[in-house]
Ligand binder design. Structure first.
Ligand SMILES: C[S@@+](CC[C@H](N)C(=O)[O-])C[C@H]1O[C@@H](n2cnc3c(N)ncnc32)[C@H](O)[C@@H]1O
Length: 120
């Protein structure tokens, strides 16, 4: 897809939660996905392979946590890489969504939609 082995991460404090959302968003648990079971804002660069092509995150739905996760991961995402975020039309996540200055789109899915951000 990106001309090399895709660096694809999902981060969630619980595998059960992200599994359900992954199925909703992608129809399945992708084979090439690396799952990090911890708060997205606490991941360190030495735990992952950069640059990251795709990050999937479905977090705590507060403004501060959403912004903390986006700010932490953005420098690690490849040029033309993507952050996919669940529930971007949901309460405080929506406020964080408005702050993002990259090209972005919402796919209507579930209650809060799936947001796709292209890091350019
Ligand atoms: C409200 S649930 C998502 C519900 C799901 N999107 C749905 O529509 O049914 C929030 C998810 O965020 C995860 N989560 C909470 N805090 C997080 C954090 N700081 N980093 C990553 N994931 C987190 C939870 O484990 C859970 O899977």
């Amino acid at each position: 897809m990106f001309g090399h082995k895709t660096s694809f991460y999902a981060v969630d404090v619980a595998k059960r939660g992200v599994k359900e959302t992954m199925k909703q968003a992608f129809g399945a648990w992708p084979d090439n996905l690396t799952f990090l079971c911890k708060p997205g804002q606490d991941v360190c660069e030495n735990e992952i392979e950069t640059p990251v092509d795709i990050l999937f995150v479905d977090a705590e739905h507060t403004f501060d946590t959403t912004m903390a996760i986006l700010n932490r991961w953005e420098p690690w995402v490849a040029k033309r890489g993507t952050i996919i975020m669940d529930d971007v039309q949901y309460f405080q996540v929506k406020q964080a969504w408005w702050q993002i200055n990259h090209p972005k789109a919402v796919v209507q899915c579930g209650i809060g939609g799936i947001g796709i951000i292209e890091i350019g």
